[in-house]
Ligand binder design. Structure first.
Ligand SMILES: Nc1nc2c(ncn2[C@@H]2O[C@H](COP(=O)(O)OP(=O)(O)O)[C@@H](O)[C@H]2O)c(=O)[nH]1
Ligand SMILES: [Mg+2]
Length: 229
């Protein structure tokens, strides 16, 4: 006997609803003057360490908060809460964040007025590239210990990002990583990509990263001003 089954036809793009919600969140954040930055990378590339250094540097100067995505544990939020309000977003198995969870995290922060809201995505160079969280800027980290072939292998993470940080550059003398080659590969994917070679221990290259973030926020404030006129 043939198995019985029912075909359900979904005549609309479900992802379009998610994209709409993410776009509305971005518009709300623009109106509030909050630059939302989504950090993506492989596990262990240095996202929490970079955020920790960024929050520590700016904690007196800007109003900051962070939403931290992980499959399990609250460890990263505990690390970052030393410097700024931090909410852990635990996906319970999912390999990336989605906007609905980010929105819940933002609500859990309370009604904070912020200059910057950082989102640390789940460590994964594939799926996070396909999900709009409502961020203004997506930033991809590539650590020198991962190998210099990764931009060419994971191009979507790079062409959907607005800046690239090459992290752990203090280890460059110890690993086979051709920085000029990597820069060339990234620019072949996205020709206008700002690329910042950095390390957090010792701190090198972070001033250019800070400057870029401030520029992005100033552009956001300008666009808000123009929209109001
Ligand atoms: N040598 C070196 N190690 C780093 C640097 N940044 C992070 N690490 C180390 O890399 C590991 C993973 O860092 P973490 O920030 O947790 O990465 P995440 O998983 O992307 O959040 C930790 O042991 C960090 O101490 C760096 O700039 N240089
Ligand atoms: Mg982390």
């Amino acid at each position: 006997m043939k198995p019985r089954h029912t075909v359900v036809s979904v005549r609309r793009d479900i992802q379009a609803d998610f994209r709409k919600e993410a776009a509305e969140f971005r518009a709300t954040m623009t109106e509030r003057g909050t630059l939302v930055v989504n950090l993506i990378s492989s596990p262990g590339a240095g996202k929490t360490s970079l955020l920790s250094a960024t929050l520590a540097h700016w904690r007196e100067q800007y109003r900051l908060a962070v939403l931290v995505g992980d499959i399990a544990t609250e460890r990263d939020a505990e690390r970052l809460a030393l410097h700024a309000p931090a909410v852990q977003l635990t996906t319970g198995g999912a390999c990336h964040l989605e906007h609905a969870l980010v929105h819940k995290g933002w609500q859990a922060l309370g009604d904070l007025t912020l200059d910057f809201l950082f989102i640390e995505n789940v460590g994964n160079l594939v799926c996070p590239a396909s999900h709009d969280l409502g961020e203004h800027c997506r930033v991809v980290l590539l650590s020198v210990t991962e190998g210099d072939d990764k931009p060419a292998k994971y191009p979507k993470a790079f062409y959907t990002s607005h800046a690239t940080l090459i992290s752990k550059c203090d280890l460059l003398p110890h690993v086979p990583f051709q920085l000029p080659l990597v820069i060339q590969d990234i620019l072949a994917i996205r020709s206008e990509m700002p690329i910042f070679p950095v390390s957090v221990n010792p701190e090198t290259g972070l001033a250019d990263w800070f400057e870029w973030l401030v520029l992005q926020r100033n552009l956001l404030l300008e666009s808000r001003q123009m929209a109001r006129q």
